[in-house]
Design a protein around this ligand. Structure first.
Ligand code: N01
Length: 508
């Protein structure tokens, strides 16, 4: 499997009944895709991973306090329960260990090309012609984009950022060589990441200065530890873990997932819980008002966390709500003229959530680039496919029902859908499958028409919104998503025989 790229691409296709599949990324969804393809009898599979480890977001994010705010037993593959989770909400390191264990168990390592970033994918002669950063080439009949959503750090464009004389890093590039003990630490941003980090840094730093541009609603996290007895029970009876997964999933689908798409009583309940959390936990009325958002709870991705309000009231924490004017070598200057002197500056400023496979250059069947195809906003047919980009499928693509749900469950449903399209490819011993323009237009129009009823357009800024202000979210119930993903409607797809001139057609 690990022959040099050029040698591989020169090989004639051996098996016309089975496609050669390349997966971009060896994170949660890439590993899932490889496992499912193997189960379907498709073994000519290579995963390209630019890093040196599997795990995606759980490999990249190693900040103190990292945990998953989706219940642990809902955050596993359905076919691979994990009885060993230590808490109801798993810690980052144990999720990373889980993915590494799954990759080993399913012998995926031999299929992964680590340290190899795909930089170009061009659909030519019925196949995807791939180029990697090291100049290697490869070909694929089917290309699967599994590069994640929150993958590219968003560095803030603040004047003087590079002039800071101390240590500075983004939360997704945590610098373990910097000891925060006794330091004056600044953190820009108060999203989910900063809220998890704050209690940890507050305990060790001499001073923590938090730069908040917009306050966030915070819902308490009903966490608990799982003792040895619970783990043993889950080990002996794996169905119990699946039961937990099912219960949490339903609970989420019937409450939160409905609240964000227009169920007013449920949304009121969430708002009330967040407000009560703030009012109960923050004693100082001035600080409380600084922390009180003026927009609807869940408009931005709702934060589920404990410990932030307590930490922010500690004597060594300062919450700065004046806007940042610029960064200087000694620290951060806010618009009121104060220089906040710092030794370390942490950028908890989020991610470019609408990049998907980019900056990889993609060119479709008619020479159109992905940037052009997405010039009016990221979109896809049923979140998984793009007109003009045959045999290319995405996991957790635009308008997937992300948010506070388990992305694993979403990826599993999407992969089952994609496998059915791949089955069509196999039945025809090769074909070009791409969604019809009209079907894609109709699907995306229906999404746009449904958005006004959702919480994401009630007047806040968030990473859910693309550059045109449209949420790349799923505006309907999760049950509808499950039903939509059950079976592809082949009439929505343009399915053509591979051109007779395609080099491999002759070899078949
Ligand atoms: O990023 P964010 P995050 N000047 O985009 C501020 C997932 N996640 O890394 O609100 C000043 O939410 C920005 O301010 P504003 C989860 O899906 C999951 O925290 O735009 N401030 C905001 O406060 C989450 O939603 C878990 O006004 C600037 C912050 O930076 C997603 O990751 C845990 C600024 C960015 O918040 C992203 O969360 C952690 C500037 N120039 C994260 N630019 C789980 O538990 C940005 N900000 C699963």
């Amino acid at each position: 499997m690990n022959a040099p790229l050029d040698a591989r691409s020169a090989q004639p296709r051996r098996d016309r009944a089975n496609p050669r599949v390349v997966i971009i990324g060896a994170g949660m969804s890439g590993l899932l895709a490889a496992i499912r393809l193997h189960e379907a009898g498709i073994d000519d599979v290579t995963l390209y991973e630019k890093s040196d480890r599997v795990g995606g977001t759980w490999r990249d994010n190693r900040y103190p306090g990292l945990a998953c705010d989706v219940p642990a037993h809902m955050y596993t593959y359905s076919f691979e329960p994990n009885p060993d989770y230590s808490h109801r909400y798993a810690r980052g390191a144990e999720i990373q260990a889980y993915f590494e264990r799954v990759a080993r168990k399913y012998n995926l390592y031999e299929n992964i090309r680590f340290g190899t970033e795909l930089t170009r994918a061009e659909y030519r002669d019925g196949r995807w012609q791939l180029t990697s950063a090291d100049g290697g080439t490869d070909v694929a009949d089917i290309l699967i984009g599994a590069s994640g959503v929150l993958h590219h750090p968003q560095y803030p464009s603040i004047a003087g950022l590079d002039s800071f004389a101390g240590a500075m890093f983004h939360t997704a590039r945590w610098d373990d060589t910097i000891d925060l003990a006794g330091k004056r630490v600044g953190m820009i941003g108060t999203g989910s990441t900063a809220v998890q980090i704050t209690p940890q840094v507050q305990q060790v730093a001499a001073k923590l200065t938090l730069f908040q541009r917009t306050p966030q609603w915070i819902h308490p996290l009903p966490d608990r530890t799982y003792g040895e007895a619970t783990k043993r029970r889950l080990r002996t009876h794996p169905w119990l873990a699946n039961l937990l997964r099912g219960v949490y999933s339903k609970l989420f689908e019937w409450t939160f997932a409905r609240a964000v798409i227009g169920n007013k009583p449920l949304l009121k309940l969430i708002s009330w819980t967040c407000r009560r959390n703030l009012e109960r936990k923050v004693a100082d009325p001035v600080l409380r008002e600084k922390l009180r958002p003026d927009y609807q709870a869940a408009c931005k991705r709702l934060i589920f966390a404990n410990g932030f309000y307590e930490a922010v009231q500690a004597p060594n924490v300062e919450l700065v709500t004046d806007a940042i004017e610029r960064i200087e070598p000694a620290g951060v200057r806010s618009v009121d003229g104060t220089l906040h002197e710092l030794d370390v500056l942490i950028l908890a400023t989020g991610f470019k959530a609408h990049n998907f496979m980019r900056p990889m250059a993609m060119v479709g069947a008619h020479g159109q680039s992905l940037d052009d195809a997405w010039a009016s906003g990221v979109h896809a047919h049923r979140s998984v496919a793009i007109p003009g980009f045959p045999n290319f499928f995405m996991l957790i693509g635009p308008n997937s029902p992300i948010g506070n749900y388990s992305l694993i469950s979403i990826a599993e449903l999407q992969m089952d859908y994609i496998l059915q399209l791949i089955e069509t490819w196999r039945e025809r011993r090769g074909c070009a499958i791409a969604p019809r323009e009209e079907a894609t237009r109709r699907f995306n129009q229906a999404i746009r028409d449904a958005m006004p009823g959702t919480v994401w357009v009630t007047g806040c800024q968030s990473w859910y919104l693309d550059e045109h202000g449209n949420p790349a979210m799923w505006p309907w119930t999760f049950e509808r998503f499950r039903a939509d993903m059950a079976t592809p409607t082949l009439g929505e797809y343009d399915i053509r025989p591979l051109a007779a001139s395609a080099p491999d057609a002759a070899a078949a």
